[in-house]
Ligand binder design. Sequence first.
Ligand code: F6P
Length: 374
Amino acid sequence: MQKKRIAILTGGGDAPGLNAVIYSFVRACLNTMDCELIGYRFGYRGLYKNDYIPLDRHTTSGILHKGGTILYNSNKDNLFNYTVEENGVKMQKDVSDIAVENMKKEGVDVLVVLGGDGTLTSARDFARKGVKVIGVPKTIDNDLASTEVTFGFDTAVNIVTENLGRLHTTAESHHRVMVVEVMGRSAGWIALHAGIAGSADVILIPEIPYNIDGIVAKINERKAHGKQFTIICVTEGAVEKGGSASIGKIVEDSPDAVRFGGVAAKIAHQLESRIDNEVRHCTLGHIQRGGDTSPADRILSARYGVKAAELIKEEKFGNMVCLKNGEMNYVSLEDVVGGAKVTGETAKGGDKMVDPDGEMVRVAKMMGISFADA
Ligand code: F6P
């Protein structure tokens, strides 16, 4: 039988664990199949420009623990709606057939795509064009309904937890209120988990609109118990009751154009006139995605990578690897994208939001953490 040629790419934003998936996937393929591997660079752009590197034990050596991706990322290059310049005019074009041709020319039999909603939507569309595709879900936000946990989430929670600890000591020294903005877009998983683990006093998430009076009440309650400082952990996409999320910037040519930002500064400003503590705010930003991948994410990524190799061996194309009931499984790419916002895992995809009446919120509330929603 002819040697299989397998390609892999990493689309969307980076997430800790991408390299660990590449590492485990390459080894699992080489150990179980007669194959050679290539990695397209900068996500789908590499597929369009035929820009790739060979992947083997040597080129993937020593990357298991490292955040980022040796294949680089792009969250702008949707080949089904790609920005091209013709006669000095910029326009959007479907260039996906060029990518398919490139794969044919290079003899690529299978394409493995690591990414979030946008990247997986294109993966589904390539599958519809007859490409043998396997998807692997990725996002630090943990907001994909078709899998229980995404890699990168645990690392982000660890980083936020550590930083909440650091902010405790400085806040306590100055009797300050500290408002800490964390990632997660419209899903509050990072703030909720890290807020519990890092002893935040107030957690604000998009799924539970807050009111400023609720935050002030918690600060005053703590003062009544002799605690002169308060730590508030807020998701970037959190909303005040009756208000809307703070938009940081619009990235025009990104499929998900809105970047949130500024909610911590807004809350700090609102609090300043209502309490006598000094208030400071800080945004943890991309620190949450950088550095080394946590051991739990390395293990999860290894499982995702190996399962992707197994799906190729079993010729189960058009599917995405997922975690179901704690075990590696797979689900059709047709089902994983474009679903409704839901509060639990579902085989039908969509965005997985925090359930305001679910266990984790109840645990936090029973511990005395406020969501400022009274
Ligand atoms: O979806 C992952 C994520 O890190 C979000 O938490 C955040 O809002 C966004 O990406 C930031 O995007 P960018 O890297 O383009 O600034």
